[in-house]
Design a protein around this ligand. Structure first.
Ligand SMILES: *Cc1c(COP(=O)(O)O)cnc(C)c1O
Length: 477
């Protein structure tokens, strides 16, 4: 037995590299990342897919390890090269963010120390840090002292937690579902529909509120649909507004919707995944008035605070609602909730054991302070106005005046099908690779989207996009 144990220990101990081994591997990893960061300005925003990372399969998971040089080569060739480069400032598609560096170091610290951030008893400091960040965001949106929240992996998960909380907060039981009505708009992000589905609410009647010419919900249409549904004996219980739609960055009339939700007793959820952090700017603060009227809101630090992917946030005005929807009982954890001065993430989300996500937000906020984030967001608002003006000078038509940092635009050629032209134009821009863009359909029109939210996008990057558009339009015409 002893002999066997010592033998196994020899092999098991390989999992703890020596200080020298750590140094070697760490330096190679850091060198690789430094090489990337030092060249980020000249790297493409998009690389045609090539063999799509298939080379990884030539090196299967096996009994014996490989060296760090070989591992980095596999990552470089197969993972970090093909496809979209979201770290590039030339990424103007979907909703970019960039991935600020100190967040990566926050993750490194969180992972080396491996604090158990699920429960206050186990890691009071880690949980206090997360709660402090949640309080900071609750203050930003104007929620009172009794509010709570959770750091999730993404906006989609944050929406899911919010929708489940709305369901329970309005006491929707299975028998109520067929008559319990949800109000969305055609601009609502699809993760809300997914959340409704996952929450078991897909048999709720869903009403799409009419949009005005700026793609915002018409509050009077919302009110009249609710009244009609009520008069027919239905139970309107949830309205989801957007504070910055993904498509065009539209902000629904938040105060008016808040008033209607209050009058009719609806749960008021706001999806501010993309737009929420613009509240740090003066312009954003004015435009986002009414966030405080909601019962729940989501915001995405991996968008509006430029963090690497992996952080969304759900905020709920009444902590009890969030607690109720995530209640549980486990005998083996009977001693884990002693001396609870603080709420624990495990009580407020479907997760138990979780990554200590707080550090990836706390470290950059503490090292930089809020000021550069605020400036960067304001810069993005101005870059959208700049792009909007410049692209029209090139003869493009815009589907929106930027409310935040998204511009929907398309070129209408003198002859031929405009949809085909714009699709070819986008393909040409993406194939060029220096910048990346994406598209959407607006009123049946194939429309290009300029979504400016990478912290690495500046005047020169936007100018490059404008120049490339000019070049490609003339080539295609
Ligand atoms: C991005 C986005 C989401 C989804 O967030 P993920 O972090 O991508 O899961 C939800 N709503 C809006 C408005 C978004 O822009």
């Amino acid at each position: 037995m002893r002999q066997k144990l010592l033998e196994l220990e020899r092999s098991a101990r390989l999992l703890e590299p020596t200080a020298d081994e750590r140094l070697t591997v760490r330096e190679k990893v850091v060198d690789y990342t430094e090489d990337f960061l030092n060249n980020i300005e000249s790297l493409n925003a998009y690389n045609p897919q090539g063999d799509k990372g298939i080379g990884l399969l030539d090196s299967p998971i096996s009994e014996n390890g490989i060296g760090i040089d070989e591992a980095i080569k596999l990552i470089r060739d197969n993972v970090d090269t093909p496809g979209l480069n979201p770290a590039s400032g030339g990424h103007f598609g979907y909703i970019p963010g960039g991935g600020i560096y100190y967040s990566a170091l926050g993750d490194y610290l969180a992972d080396v120390f491996n604090r158990y951030a699920g429960i206050f008893f186990a890691a009071p400091g880690a949980v206090r840090m997360e709660n402090m960040l949640i309080r900071w965001m609750n203050d930003l949106v104007g929620y009172p002292a009794g509010a709570a929240g959770n750091l999730t992996t993404s906006g989609s998960l944050a929406n899911m937690i919010a929708i489940v909380t709305a369901r329970d907060g309005r006491n929707i039981k299975s028998a109520d579902i067929p008559r319990s009505v949800i109000y969305l708009s055609k601009q609502t992000h699809h993760s809300v529909a997914k959340a409704i589905n996952v929450a078991g609410l897909n048999e709720c009647p869903v009403r799409y509120v009419e949009l005005d010419e700026k793609f915002r919900m018409k509050a009077d249409d919302l009110a009249s649909q609710i009244e009609r549904d009520k008069s027919e004996g239905l139970n309107p219980f949830l309205v989801v507004a957007s504070a910055g739609t993904t498509d065009v960055g539209a902000i629904d009339p938040l105060p008016e919707i808040g008033e209607i939700a209050r009058q009719h007793g609806l749960w008021y959820h706001i999806d501010a995944a993309y737009g929420g952090f613009f509240i740090l700017t003066e312009e954003g603060k004015t435009k986002l008035k009414g966030l405080e009227l909601s019962d729940s809101v989501i915001i995405d630090p991996h968008k509006g605070l430029f963090l690497p992917y992996g952080l969304g946030v759900v905020l709920v005005k009444n902590a009890e609602d969030l607690k109720y929807s995530n209640r549980f009982d486990a005998h083996y954890m009977q001693d884990a909730f002693r001396g609870n001065e603080e709420l624990s993430p495990a009580e407020l989300s479907p997760e138990l054991t979780k990554h200590f996500r707080g550090l990836r937000l706390w470290l950059p906020l503490k090292l930089h302070g809020v000021a550069p984030f605020r400036a960067c967001l304001e810069e993005k608002l101005f870059l959208a106005k700049y792009f909007h003006a410049e692209v029209q000078k090139l003869g493009f038509e815009c589907k929106n005046v930027p409310e935040l940092s998204v511009v929907a635009y398309r070129y209408v050629p003198k002859t031929g099908d405009a949809n085909i032209f714009n699709k070819n134009l986008l393909d040409a821009v993406v194939a060029d690779g220096r910048v990346f863009g994406s598209s959407t359909m607006i009123d049946g029109d194939f429309t290009l989207r300029f979504a400016c939210l990478s912290f690495r996008s500046h005047l020169n990057t936007v100018q490059l996009l404008v120049d490339i558009l000019r070049e490609k339009v003339s080539e295609l015409s």
